[in-house]
Design a protein around this ligand. Structure first.
Ligand code: GLU
Length: 377
């Protein structure tokens, strides 16, 4: 039998609070988490890169702090998130350590995911964790995010994370097994939809409110997530995750809704960098650097002959070869002043000049698109 996860290489898995935390006792569902970690370890062993977006901080924290049921005022919810996040990270660490898998915690806010300068930092850290064979475990930084600058739900956050990382599939594990044409339940004629090719107004209208107590994300935020993900080239799956080994069950044919990606992640990135960003500067490179770029490498200062224009880290820059033809565009990893200082110099010298906290690529390969290349990487 083919699994809906077949063919995907970088998976982002979002786990809702209702799965991690028992709704009656408020305690962590340890055995279930252990079974999920087993599923993830098995996928990882089969060569998949895994990124986890985990809710549950507020739900765990309120139990630890003995806060009463029902909606919490913002200050208490933030205090609960602060306490609960420690327990949550600890739980993930324990669950994965059984499989000798290391985790790295990343807490995000919309100003990190939406602002290019911080976006490229956060993405570089997550990519490095993956390269080091660790699993990033991500949540919203609920204890500091103010109401104006928070996602508030991890459905949309996970879709942004998946799109930032060029993940080809996002799985939302939830307490529902997918999208229905109406409100499902006894006596209802609502039909389950196994596959959604595009998110039309009719599809949006099918999303009702949340039925779960602990999770904020109902079907509306899941459809919002599907829009973000599929547009960015990430396929999305909504599956029921309440039982043990939920990903094993999904791979074995459990009911779910699959949202088809509108393009590949590489094509989406190309469209974004080439189509929507204004170029703030130009970097001229020698023949060696031009060749390295065509081979998918990062742009290093050693091959740079001239830097023109004024740009900040995260701005779009054009890269031109020795014959002055544009070969690539990308997001600058340094501002124009540093780029001018670094040009023509080796990595070790740049590290000495700028200190170890700085990255030495002028444009990282993840932030670069070739102007003439086909859509796929
Ligand atoms: N970030 C919240 C938490 O960890 C959960 C948000 C959600 O349920 O989507 O408690």
């Amino acid at each position: 039998m083919t699994s809906p996860l077949d063919g995907f290489e970088r998976l982002t898995i979002k786990i809702g609070s209702a799965l991690l935390v028992d709704s009656t006792t408020g305690a962590l569902r340890k055995q279930w988490l252990g079974s999920l970690a087993g599923d993830l370890a098995s996928l990882k062993q089969r060569g998949r890169e895994i990124v986890v977006v985990s809710s549950g901080a507020v739900a765990l924290g309120r139990q630890i702090l003995n806060l009463k049921r029902g909606p919490l005022p913002l200050d208490r919810a933030q205090a609960a998130a602060s306490v609960g996040q420690v327990a949550l990270a600890q739980a993930w660490r324990e669950a994965f350590s059984v499989h000798n898998i290391t985790i790295g915690q990343i807490l995000l806010t919309p100003n990190i995911t939406e602002e290019r300068r911080s976006f490229i930092n956060a993405r570089a850290t997550m990519s490095t964790l993956l390269a080091l064979d660790a699993v990033p475990v991500i949540n919203e930084n609920d204890s500091v995010a103010t109401s104006e600058i928070r996602y508030g739900d991890n459905d949309r956050l996970s879709a942004r994370v998946a799109s930032m990382l060029g993940a080809d599939c996002l799985v939302l594990l939830s307490d529902v097994d997918g999208l229905y044409t109406g409100v499902p339940g006894p006596g209802s004629s609502a039909r389950h939809l196994p596959r959604v090719k595009s998110i039309t107004p009719r599809i949006e209208a099918m999303a009702g409110g949340s039925t779960s107590e602990t999770a904020r994300g109902g079907m509306i935020t899941k459809i919002e997530a599907a829009k973000i993900a599929t547009q960015a080239g990430t396929a999305m799956i909504i599956a029921k995750g309440t039982g043990d080994n939920p990903l094993g069950a999904l791979e074995g044919g459990a009911r779910h809704t699959f949202f088809v990606a509108r393009q590949s992640p590489a094509a989406a990135r190309k469209r974004w960098i080439l189509g929507t960003l204004e170029v703030a500067g130009t970097i001229h490179v020698d023949a060696g650097a031009a060749k390295a770029l065509l081979n998918g490498k990062s742009l290093l200062p050693i091959g740079v002959t001239k830097v023109s224009g004024e740009f900040s880290r995260g701005d779009a820059v054009s890269v031109k070869g020795p014959d002055n033809e544009e070969i690539a565009r990308g997001l600058a990893g340094m501002n124009h002043e540093d780029a001018n200082l670094a040009k023509g110099k080796k990595g070790a010298i740049i590290t000495e000049m700028f200190g170890h906290m700085n990255r030495t690529e002028l444009v990282h390969a993840d932030n670069l698109v070739l102007v003439s290349a086909s859509e796929e990487r």
